[in-house]
Design a protein around this ligand. Structure first.
Ligand code: ADP
Ligand code: GLC
Length: 480
């Protein structure tokens, strides 16, 4: 089985969120099932080629992609991890030399049109015949249509099937109609209500949903949710039309990088057998954050993109309304300016209680996950969410809204046998505050808290099961 996995970010090379974690760990898990995988991503200038030993394919001939009336040159750089896993980077400095991964530049559409054509042209050059092209999010969701409408002449792709994995339907790649022409589709493709048109614009994701052989998403619950108007971000109708071809497969986690027993980035390793060693990490975290090292006060952590999706308003309101309560909060995140400013203001007003760190810091993310008592994820929606799984395995009790992957992985402590976290249903402040108060009570009840922690630490979120599900899906597609 040969799989071409196409993604706009991939750990450890380049990461802005969970898509990178998945792209870095799912292909590897697939190789353990005997799959041969090539991962394609753009060579952003932020990728440290020296550090990772990524080298230019020397015999790759001058290659071009036509974007509308322009011609852009590209070449390929590669890194071979093992016989079954190779990473290919599309190098086009004109588009990917901008110091960041995603931009608000007006040619953002062109950047990923180039990327997708470059992937298909590279496969042609390498004469590598994929059984499956596994696309991820809008940045690679024109590929199924490109294959059917532009590359079908090439026997190389004759038997190739496509999967589109939706990691977040909130990001669809909506651009001006001319995008469709620039991508090389005929003018006649842009028809009102058709696969390429969405409210008068082009929409990469909609096109992908229409043309891919199967649509998958990253948790079973989110697979149901996105077919409703509440969670479908306007594409629920398109998804309902394909409901027999939508799968929800829960993400796994990298259980080497995110494992309290082997984690190289935390001060002291521990497991469910000696969770008391977690306290040492709490002390170090308190110190690093600039608190005194009083460990009896409950410590709440957050590591997140500061985006509307993540429900930051609830955190802000909680900080404002619980000023007299004795707890501590450490926030690590970056994103929307308004959230950054409000959180910073709260930390300045409450220096003994709230610490806010703006920016991206993987090592600190590991320390917060290991050293906190509780981890907040009050998301408006959450396709899967990885941080709640990391927290569970690190004995840090998650407090989450019952949506998407959060609902699929966290069971409320009202379930006396299986409870591993605290959940609330509706996105209203009162429910969130109640969840917070329940966590305070749990913290006081040390015996109960220990039980809840142990359950979370024993949860198995490794890729084994989910990679097997993807493999079965690939196999069923291959047979059709
Ligand atoms: P999303 O992809 O929506 O951002 P996930 O929970 O799937 O949410 O994944 C987020 C990933 O990004 C996790 O690995 C998390 O630790 C990491 N992350 C998010 N923000 C930061 C940050 N500021 N510093 C370090 N890591 C971060
Ligand atoms: C998205 C989602 C997140 C998910 C990640 C990886 O960024 O917001 O919930 O875990 O993709 O699939």
């Amino acid at each position: 089985m040969k799989v071409c996995f196409i993604t706009s970010e991939c750990a450890p090379f380049v990461k802005t969120g969970g898509l990178a974690d998945v792209s870095g760990s799912l292909p590897e898990a697939l190789t353990s099932n005997g799959v041969n995988v090539k991962v394609f991503l753009p060579l952003y200038d932020v990728v440290d080629t020296k550090k990772f030993g990524i080298v230019k394919l020397v015999d790759f001939p001058p290659a071009f992609v036509e974007i509308g009336d322009e011609k852009r040159e590209f070449c390929i750089h590669s890194y071979k991890k093992n016989e079954n896993l190779e990473f290919h980077f599309v190098d086009c400095p004109y588009y990917f030399g901008r110091g960041i991964v995603y931009t608000n530049d007006k040619d953002e559409n062109e950047r990923f049109i180039m990327f997708q054509h470059a992937v298909l042209k590279s496969l042609q050059y390498l004469q590598w015949q994929p059984d499956i092209l596994h696309c991820n999010d809008w940045q690679s969701s024109y590929i199924p249509a490109m294959l059917k409408l532009q590359y079908s002449w090439d026997k190389l792709f004759e038997n190739s099937k496509t999967i589109l994995s939706i990691h977040n339907i909130g990001y669809q790649g909506i651009f001006e109609p001319d995008t469709v022409r620039k991508a090389g589709f005929g003018d006649s493709c842009f028809v009102l209500g058709g696969p390429f048109e969405f409210n008068g614009n082009a929409n990469f994701l909609k096109t992908g949903i229409f043309y891919s052989d199967v649509v998958s998403t990253v948790s079973p619950k989110y697979a149901e949710e996105i077919t409703t108007s509440e969670f479908g971000s306007g594409l629920d109708g398109v998804l309902r039309a394909r409901k027999d071809n939508i799968r929800g497969i829960l993400n796994g986690i990298d259980t080497i990088e995110w494992n309290p027993l082997t984690d190289k980035l935390i001060p002291k390793n521990y497991s469910y057998k000696n969770p008391e060693d977690k306290k040492y990490n709490k002390e170090k975290l308190l110190q690093k954050a600039g608190f005194d090292d009083e460990t009896d006060i409950p410590l709440y952590g957050i590591v997140t993109r500061l985006a509307w999706q993540k429900g930051i308003e609830l955190i802000i309101e909680l900080c404002e309304k619980t000023k007299s309560e004795n707890f501590r909060l450490i926030v690590l995140g970056s994103g929307e300016k308004e959230y950054e400013e409000k959180l910073t203001a709260l930390s300045i007003e409450n220096p003994g209680k709230i610490k806010v760190f703006l920016g991206y810091n993987n090592e600190f993310a590991h320390l917060i996950t290991a050293g906190s008592d509780f981890f907040f994820m009050p998301s408006r929606y959450e396709p899967c969410g990885l941080n709640q799984m990391y927290s569970l395995n690190y004995g840090t009790v998650p407090i989450v809204r019952e949506v998407g992957g959060l609902a699929d992985t966290v069971t409320d402590i009202s379930n006396e046998k299986e409870g591993n976290g605290i959940t609330f249903r509706d996105f209203v402040y009162e429910e969130f505050e109640q969840a917070f108060h329940r966590s305070r009570k749990l913290f006081e009840d040390t015996k109960q808290m220990e039980k809840v922690i142990q359950r979370g630490m024993k949860n198995d979120f490794s890729w084994e099961k989910s990679a097997g599900e993807y493999l079965r899906l690939y196999e069923s597609l291959k047979q059709n």
